[in-house]
Design a protein around this ligand. Structure first.
Ligand code: C5P
Length: 409
């Protein structure tokens, strides 16, 4: 969002008050937010609120042309990197679907060549009305993006689909729209988080993984246009927008979930910190304290990554992770060879600003063909985007090689 010019269109529904939060989030991310309100919107929230949050003028009237050297709706349309209409009422959707241009917002919508996001909000029956659905379909066919409303309690007293997408999620949706689609049409599976290996109903073995890196990879892959499945161990973070989440607990459950869909994937990224061992016996009842010590017998868990790489099918591009504390490069290269992955991402978990729970990471990427790429320390989402750009590049090369071998395929 940094340095992007966003035209925020606000139309007249009760969710208009949430446009203030959206304007504030976008401004904090470094965007220039220019607000355009319909007449109806100004009955729900004042232009002054949005002006105060964005520190930029707010436009409400197509005839209020103060500068004779410019035509406001064309100027705004040309300056936009993205136009977002939040909330978009049924009325505004209908007017946009029919190419009306009788106010500033509808006129600039026709004049802009920037991507446009509609975030509808209305009563559940209005949203389900065939005419509204048809109008939304018309907007999609015109190339507009629709940030679908969520389900929940509505201001009208009903509960159902029609709630404005949460402002944070609208920002994420806009980030997706602005990201080049290097993984368009690709399916990507990401595993994330720790696994829990049960000892008894109240105890387990686990590790310090928070899932942040895996979730960032899933988020970055979705932004780049992939259809993403996130197989996640137990974590306390919010799932990324647009991603299908499969929740698992143990390594055994993760193995079933990953191997079950691996054949449909173009890339599988094993970012999960899978427990290497599990208790040999799981007690159905809580183990009671005794007088002396206690020995826990552990048995080896299946290695999902290795199994994936050895499956004989024409398999996905497989990426492994290595979290090391010493002799990192030696162990990373060994893991890459022994498991048979196409790419291995090494992070030194003891390094400050890297590893479990940190907001940032610095990694080195090793490829099976001998290449190595160092990714600078930065927020995990940035690291994830760079890793996925490398995956996208390798998938493209693979496809080109395949096409060259079999031009008729
Ligand atoms: O051998 P190590 O656990 O260090 O390897 C780490 C990589 O292997 C990670 O990509 C992790 O997700 C994967 N792994 C796995 N199944 C295991 C252990 C690790 O897929 N049982």
């Amino acid at each position: 969002m940094k340095d992007k010019t966003i035209v925020l269109g606000v139309t007249g529904g009760i969710a208009a008050y949430k446009a203030a939060l959206l304007a504030s989030l976008l401004t904090k991310r470094g965007a220039r937010v220019i607000t355009v309100m319909t007449k109806g919107a100004t009955r729900f929230i004042t232009p002054l609120t949005l002006q105060s949050l964005t520190h930029l003028p707010v436009y409400t009237d197509i005839f209020d042309e103060r500068d004779p050297s410019r035509i406001t709706h064309i100027d705004l349309a040309d300056s936009a990197d993205l136009v977002v209409i939040a909330p978009a009422t049924a009325d505004f959707i209908a007017r946009a679907a029919h190419g009306m241009a009788d106010d500033l917002l509808s006129a600039l919508l026709l004049a802009t060549t920037a991507p446009v996001v509609f975030a509808p909000a209305m009563n559940v029956h209005m949203y389900g009305h065939p005419i509204v659905l048809r109008n939304l379909q018309t907007l999609r066919e015109a190339g507009y993006h629709v940030a679908e409303p969520g389900e929940g309690p509505l201001a009208c007293g009903y509960t159902g689909k029609g709630r404005l997408m949460e402002p944070e999620d609208i920002v994420e949706f806009m980030e997706m729209v602005l990201t080049p689609k290097r993984l368009h049409g690709m399916r990507v599976l990401v595993s994330a988080g720790p696994t829990r290996e049960r000892i008894d109903p109240v105890r387990y073995l686990s590790n310090d993984s928070t899932g942040t890196m895996g979730y960032a990879l899933a988020q970055a892959a979705w932004r780049m246009g992939a259809t993403v499945t996130l197989v996640s161990g137990p974590v306390g973070i919010k799932p990324p927008v647009g991603v299908e989440v499969v929740s698992v607990e143990s390594a055994g459950e993760m193995r079933t979930a990953v191997l079950g869909v691996a054949n449909d994937q173009d890339a599988v990224i094993m970012a999960a910190a899978v427990a290497d061992y599990r208790p040999a016996l799981v007690s159905e009842r809580k183990l009671k304290k005794g007088e002396g010590g206690r020995t826990l017998e552990l048995i080896k868990n299946p290695d999902i990554l290795a199994e994936l790489c050895q499956s004989s099918n024409q398999r996905a591009y497989v990426v492994g992770f290595a979290a090391e504390t010493h002799d990192a490069e030696f162990y990373a290269q060994k893991k890459l060879r022994e498991k048979g992955a196409d790419m291995l991402v090494l992070n030194n978990v003891l390094e400050p600003g890297a590893g479990f729970g940190a907001g940032t990471n610095r990694v080195t990427v090793f490829f099976a063909d001998g290449d190595t790429v160092a990714v600078q320390r930065q927020p995990k989402l940035g690291v994830a985007s760079e890793i996925l750009a490398l995956v996208a590049e390798r998938l493209l090369r693979r496809r080109e090689r395949k096409d060259a071998l079999d031009p008729d395929a």
